[in-house]
Design a protein around this ligand. Structure first.
Ligand code: FUB
Length: 308
């Protein structure tokens, strides 16, 4: 029994190893990190910037990385592309992906071409994934209040089992998901963030919504635009309204900012993309990880940018 406990403890320590802020997780360009701890391993789903034209985010496939310690990441390749969704144009842009685990299955969500969000399902985190519905989960042309650009899906499953899907550009959106994770449950609602400083008109919602819980409180963070800061608000409910809390990550020397926050073993990390590799830029991003710290009152302390 003691040996089992020791092994479990060692596993946790390995999985929570110290990260190196500013160090790209891979020599391959990638952006829009979606990190998850599934089945004793970290999985990082990403937009594949190495296969785009270099002039736009026009890749048509997503990339997967995995790790046991967050320090060394294995490139698990192009695990999925837009042709998985037969209703999508084969040249549809494959942007910021997300994965959620439920009922022993893995649900992949991604913007398909900027006006729809698709959902695919697999029995393992790395796939193979198959289209879960045969049509889009969110469709700008079909769904009331889907917004001008339904992109950047982020899923949060609360302790009561209710799943929420956040998405959108310029106006943040949220909708409840049914327990099957492939149908919405109720109307698409706007996410309200109060107390944004009027003195800084740039501090408004842009894209990259992300919801996480910490110490009984819900944190909603997002990018303010192009370029954007990552800022956040807190609420007593996953639906908000969220009271502005501050800046997590300042402007980067690229046009987009896109983040995820994960917590495990009492530690928290911020994943984001930046211009870090030689030849990097707006469309050639690289993903890095930084420790994230909370003040005693629950405020998130700003993360300093590190670059090579
Ligand atoms: O990767 C394409 C787009 O860039 C994403 O959808 C946005 O969040 C921004 O990071």
């Amino acid at each position: 029994m003691k040996r089992m406990a020791l092994l479990a403890c060692m596993g946790l320590l390995m999985a929570n190893g110290e990260v190196e802020p500013g160090k790209p997780i891979s020599p391959r360009f990638a952006g829009d990190p979606s990190p998850h701890w599934f089945d004793d391993r970290w999985y990082l789903y990403a937009t594949d910037d190495a296969s785009n034209s270099g002039r736009y985010w026009d890749s048509t496939s997503w990339r997967l990385y995995s790790s046991t310690d967050m320090k060394s990441w294995q490139d698990d390749g192009a695990f999925l592309d837009v042709t998985t969704f037969q209703w999508a144009r084969p040249d549809a842009k494959a942007w910021a992906p997300e994965v959620a685990q439920r009922n022993g299955r893995y649900y992949f969500y991604a913007p398909i071409g900027g006006d729809r969000i698709g959902v695919a399902v697999a029995d393992r985190p790395q796939g193979p994934y198959r289209d879960a519905r045969g049509d889009a989960l969110i469709d700008k042309a079909r769904d009331a209040n889907a917004g001008a650009e339904p992109i950047d899906p982020a899923v949060f499953i609360d302790t009561d089992g209710q799943a929420y899907l956040y998405f959108g550009t310029r106006v943040p959106k949220v909708v409840r998901l049914k327990p099957d994770m492939i149908h919405v449950d109720g109307p698409i609602m706007d996410v309200v963030v109060t107390g944004l400083p009027a003195s800084d008109p740039k501090k408004k919602y842009g894209e990259a919504p992300y919801l996480h819980a910490h110490d009984g409180r819900y944190y909603f963070c997002f990018s303010t635009g192009w370029p954007g800061q990552i800022i956040y608000g807190t609420a007593a409910s996953p639906l908000g309204p969220f009271a502005y809390g501050g800046v997590i990550l300042d402007y980067l020397p690229i046009s987009t900012n896109h983040q995820a926050i994960v917590e495990r073993g009492g530690k928290s990390w911020l994943f984001y993309h930046d211009r870090l590799l030689p030849g990097g830029g707006d469309h050639r991003r690289s993903i890095t990880i930084a420790p994230l710290t909370y003040a005693k009152d629950g405020a998130i302390l700003p993360v300093e940018r590190h670059a090579p």
